[in-house]
Design a protein around this ligand. Structure first.
Ligand SMILES: *[C@@H]1O[C@H](CO)[C@@H](O)[C@H](O)[C@H]1NC(C)=O
Ligand SMILES: *[C@@H]1O[C@H](CO)[C@@H](O)[C@H](O)[C@H]1NC(C)=O
Ligand SMILES: *[C@@H]1O[C@H](CO)[C@@H](O)[C@H](O)[C@H]1NC(C)=O
Ligand SMILES: *[C@@H]1O[C@H](CO)[C@@H](O)[C@H](O)[C@H]1NC(C)=O
Ligand SMILES: *[C@@H]1O[C@H](CO)[C@@H](O)[C@H](O)[C@H]1NC(C)=O
Ligand SMILES: *[C@@H]1O[C@H](CO)[C@@H](O)[C@H](O)[C@H]1NC(C)=O
Ligand SMILES: *[C@@H]1O[C@H](CO)[C@@H](O)[C@H](O)[C@H]1NC(C)=O
Ligand SMILES: *[C@@H]1O[C@H](CO)[C@@H](O)[C@H](O)[C@H]1NC(C)=O
Ligand SMILES: *[C@@H]1O[C@H](CO)[C@@H](O)[C@H](O)[C@H]1NC(C)=O
Ligand SMILES: *[C@@H]1O[C@H](CO)[C@@H](O)[C@H](O)[C@H]1NC(C)=O
Length: 884
């Protein structure tokens, strides 16, 4: 049983305990037949429902129910899930249902409502379930009056403030605050948490508590489940945790916890211990592996060292899921593992072993289904088919193990579903027998030196493989005939030649076709329009882009850049309402700017550079360009003309993106794939901006770039450019821009690369640009600028050439000093310009959205829980170098 199952099991037990059906009479009927409900109660309930759009509430389905006490006729239990839409107001009739003991309003659409303090009118409540409702603000102190409450779930909202006041809730046994924005210290002198002695379930995960773990956690000794992951906890785990003798599940992952292994060895009920991605150091206590109930032990990504000595115990360990990866064990840990004979999952990746691992060591692990040895060196002999390894393996990761020969050991793994041998140095042909493994579903051969497939041309056709990833190898010849059930075919970065076979149009389940960076010729088949992810970049394809995108298209990504394509942009792209990436750069497309793409409300990336596009990029009389989600806009080296209206950059996504300083999204992402890159759904883009440090895996979801260079755009640079706070690169060079450099550029606090060279800009360089602290590269050469170059470390470190060819710039890094020259001192802008700047700064930017992050977090939590590949999580990945 996986931990997520355990979790659910516990939940249902709790519900059974607290919502004992015998104390409520149940009516699953429509309004008119509430026999046990008094008319007045029914009326109040009707009023409540009428405050909302409740047309989706079906009181006959098992989720939505009203129960009335059969002696008093009062509504005592109300469950309305995912069907109300509107505002929950303080004067809502809900708060007149005083007899409610059970209230479940899970996942309704209460638009940005705060939690009304009137909830305390419902002071008979025992169960209150308000999860996933977008409630904002603080939990009102009146919640403290719900003194009969035993079950409180406020999870999946946007609640803020410190730990809520719940002091009088002495009966509380279940408290779930996960996925909110609660913050601050859990100071035992102030917070009421440590007085909730009856808590059996406590979930504070995915919040922003920035706190140590007070020793008072030891007071909560009825706790069975304690979940504190991803909430910024730091410091050591207090020894008093050993007091929590009822604990069955402990989750501390992804915090900043330090010190030695938490004192949990005596907690004999524990079945799950997850402390991954912290800074725990020292050795693993030897008694841990023989804890009587322990099934899941997740220690990945810490600083644990040393070896485990197994106590001489007659009872074998029950451990089923063991994650030890990314710890500096140096291999000492491996031998004792052969005694953990109930293991189903074993993660030993990235152990920094000093000697090659011998797969025969795992021969005793007969239940093992999932083995991860990525990033270790493996004894070549033990990869031979004569080795003794668990034959029930379903998932095997051997990524980056320095393997030279195809691992023949796979031949005996009849149950293998998923194999990853990417990032090795295997040469030659992929053996024919691989495709005969009866359950094979996903094959990663990426990043090796394979040059072909052994066997006849149709060797793949009858294979069960659905996801085939061959990218970054030396495959030659024409694209092979694919398995009939293929879903993902990714073969970018090879030496495939010939045309794209029309046979790909026959695969009904093919959704991802990634064959960029090959040497394919011919035209693009029409059926391309039926796929979701298409990458044909850097081939020699000719003809035009098929104009067959139909209204039900699921296209998300289309990258046909760097080919020989001609004709116009297909107008049927307007039908692709899911599209996020449209990349057609470096072709010969002759067309006007595609204003008509505005209907693609999800478009985030539009790259049209280096084509033969022409005409104005703004429509007469129009203000903002108006692509609501656009973040990456590159149209350089075309023949665009015209000028940009002042409000051109208003309402762009780049003004409201939530920037994550530490690349938080990326961290979550690497954890989801256990620190490895998954090649699924990674959209890579070549971003070429001088000075831009594209460190590996920088996530494209969190920043924005604009490149209009090499056109004939004239007029002023719109002040509204200063609204795009997430901009990291701006290139307007080689145009005909006139006027001053906008003062608002100083607002672009994330800017790393700025190129305004070769225009006709006049005036001075705004002083604020000198204080842009991330600016790595600036070029204003070949304009008509005057005055002093703003001084600041980012600027004086630039080469002289960045300022050359102007009318009269002085100061570092140029040799001309401003003192004693005829150049005027830095001019303060004229009055009206100041006014303009203020106006720009006051333009409202859209509220920051946390939503995506939370959802991603959830999806990933699920992923971690099951440790099964899950391709639905959309990740926009690293740059081109990485994808090659
Ligand atoms: C309401 O739910 C019941 C039970 O699930 C179902 O039979 C019925 O069709 C639903 N009614 C509507 C209008 O959806
Ligand atoms: C109320 O329901 C309970 C349980 O179903 C039953 O024992 C009791 O007799 C009922 N009371 C009335 C007044 O109907
Ligand atoms: C609740 O208050 C709002 C104003 O905030 C008012 O418009 C509405 O009529 C009131 N509803 C009831 C049921 O009193
Ligand atoms: C929360 O609600 C949204 C819809 O509003 C839904 O898509 C999502 O799956 C829900 N999340 C959870 C964890 O229930
Ligand atoms: C709590 O109060 C005690 C006594 O007043 C004090 O010694 C202690 O430092 C306080 N703890 C915190 C975390 O503020
Ligand atoms: C441990 O639990 C006991 C009750 O079992 C309680 O009396 C004691 O205060 C707790 N100790 C600590 C250090 O929390
Ligand atoms: C665990 O229990 C043993 C024996 O009861 C005791 O000696 C030891 O101190 C306990 N360890 C912890 C960390 O509480
Ligand atoms: C890891 O632990 C060792 C001691 O075991 C310590 O010297 C080292 O600084 C730790 N490294 C990190 C990154 O915490
Ligand atoms: C691509 O194919 C053409 C002939 O079709 C050949 O001239 C060229 O060298 C090939 N390029 C590469 C990179 O293999
Ligand atoms: C797209 O798929 C549908 C059925 O799934 C098929 O009828 C249609 O011909 C396909 N379009 C192209 C251009 O292949």
């Amino acid at each position: 049983m996986s931990e997520s199952h355990l979790h659910l099991h516990f939940l249902s037990l709790l519900l059974l305990c607290y919502v004992s059906p015998s104390s409520f009479s149940s009516l699953n009927i429509d309004y008119s037949s509430y026999v046990a409900c008094r008319p007045y109660q029914t009326q109040v309930l009707t009023e409540f429902m009428n405050e909302f759009d409740s047309s989706h509430c079906n009181l006959s389905d098992p989720y939505n129910r009203v129960w009335c006490d059969n002696s008093t006729g009062a509504v005592t239990m109300l469950r309305l899930r995912a069907c109300l839409s509107g505002n929950l107001k303080p004067n809502s009739s809900l708060f007149r249902l005083h007899h409610l003991r059970y209230l479940d309003l899970y996942q309704n659409n209460f638009i940005s409502a705060t939690l009304p303090s009137e909830f305390d009118n419902l002071n008979r409540l025992e169960v209150l379930y308000l999860s996933n409702n977008s409630f904002v603000g603080q939990v009102p102190s009146s919640f403290n009056n719900l003194s009969l409450l035993s079950y409180l779930d406020l999870s999946q909202n946007d609640l803020t403030g410190s730990f809520p006041l719940l002091r009088n809730l002495s009966k509380l046994s279940f408290l779930d605050l996960n996925n909110n924005h609660f913050s601050g210290t859990l100071n035992p002198n102030i917070t009421s948490l440590f007085e909730l002695y009856n808590l059996r379930y406590l979930d504070l995960s995915y919040n922003n508590f920035s706190s140590s773990l007070p020793s008072e956690f030891g007071n909560l000794n009825k706790l069975e489940i304690l979940a504190l992951q991803s909430s910024d906890f730091f410091g050591e785990v207090p020894p008093t945790i050993s007091n929590l003798t009822s604990l069955t599940e402990l989750y501390l992952d992804d915090n900043q916890l330090t010190g030695s292994f938490p004192l949990v060895q005596n907690l004999t009920m524990l079945s799950v211990i997850e402390i991954a991605d912290n800074h725990f150091s020292g050795t693993i206590p030897s008694s841990l592996l023989t804890m009587p109930s322990l099934l899941v032990l997740k220690l990945r990504g810490n600083n644990l060292t040393g070896s485990i000595k197994f106590p001489n115990s007659s009872t074998p360990s029950r451990l089923e899921y063991l994650y030890l990866g990314k710890n500096p064990f140096e291999g000492k840990i491996i031998e004792p593992i052969s005694k953990l004979i109930n293991l189903k999952l074993l993660d030993l990746s990235l152990l920094n072993t000093s000697y090659p691992i011998d797969l025969n060591l795992f021969s005793s692990l007969e239940s093992l289904l999932h083995l991860d040895l990525s990033g270790n060196s493996i004894s070549p002999a033990s990869l031979d088919s004569k080795s003794d390894i668990p034959i029930n393996l379903e998932i095997l990761w051997l990524q980056g193990c320095g393997i030279k020969e195809f691992p023949n050991i796979l031949k005996i793994l009849e149950k293998l579903e998923y194999i990853d041998i990417s990032g090795n140095i295997i040469k030659g042909k992929v053996p024919e027998w691989l495709w005969k493994l009866p359950r094979l579903n996903t094959v990663f051969l990426t990043n090796n030196s394979f040059n072909g497939l052994e066997g006849p041309v149709d060797v793949l056709v009858n294979s069960s493989v659905k996801n085939l990833l061959l990218g970054q190898n030396h495959f030659e010849g024409t694209i092979p005939l694919l398995p009939l059930s293929i879903n993902v075919f990714s073969a970018s970065g090879n030496r495939f030649t010939g045309s794209i076979p029309l046979s790909i149009c026959n695969y009904r389940s093919l959704t991802q076709l990634k064959i960029g960076y090959n040497n394919l010729t011919g035209t693009i088949p029409q059926c391309l329009s039926n796929f979701t992810f298409v990458n044909l970049r850097k081939n020699n394809l000719e003809g035009s882009i098929p104009d067959a995108f139909h209204i039900s298209s699921s296209l998300k990504t289309l990258d046909v850049g760097h080919n020989l394509l001609t004709g116009k942009l297909p107008r049927s792209l307007q039908n692709c309402s899911s599209q996020e990436f449209l990349v057609v750069d470096h072709n010969r497309i002759k067309d006007k700017f595609p204003f008509w793409l505005k209907s693609l409300s999800n478009l985030e990336v539009l790259i049209l550079s280096s084509n033969k596009l022409y005409g104005s990029i703004s429509l007469p009389g129009q203000g903002p360009l108006g692509f609501p989600e656009l973040r990456i806009f590159e149209i350089s080296d075309n023949k665009f003309t015209g000028s940009l209206p002042p409000r051109y950059f208003e309402n762009w996504k780049a003004s409201s993106l939530m920037m994550n300083e530490d690349g938080g999204l990326y961290m979550v992402y690497t954890k989801a794939t256990s620190g490895r890159l998954s090649y699924f759904n990674i959209e890579a883009i070549d971003l070429k901006y001088k000075g831009l440090s594209m460190e590996q895996g920088r996530v494209l979801t969190s920043y924005a770039t604009i490149d209009l260079s090499g056109n004939r755009i004239e007029g002023q640079i719109p002040e509204s450019i200063g609204l795009l706070k997430a901009l990291i690169a701006l290139n307007l060079s080689n145009n005909a821009f006139t006027g001053h450099i906008p003062l608002s550029l100083s607002n672009l606090g994330k800017l790393e690369s700025l190129d305004l060279s070769s225009n006709q800009l006049s005036g001075t360089i705004p002083n604020g640009i000198g204080s842009l602290s991330f600016l790595e590269y600036i070029n204003v050469s070949h304009n008509q600028l005057k005055g002093e170059i703003p001084q600041g470390t980012q600027i004086t470190g630039q080469p002289k050439s960045s300022f050359e060819g102007n009318a009269g710039l002085c100061g570092l890094p140029l040799q001309e000093t401003c003192f004693g020259t005829i150049a005027p001192p830095t001019q303060q802008p004229k009055e009206e310009e100041e006014g303009e700047e203020e106006e720009v700064l006051n333009w409202k930017s859209v509220a920051i959205g946390y939503g995506t992050g939370v959802l991603l977090g959830l999806a990933i939590a699920h992923l971690i829980a099951t440790y099964k590949p899950e391709w639905l999580v959309k990740i926009i990945g690293p740059n081109k170098r990485r994808s090659l």
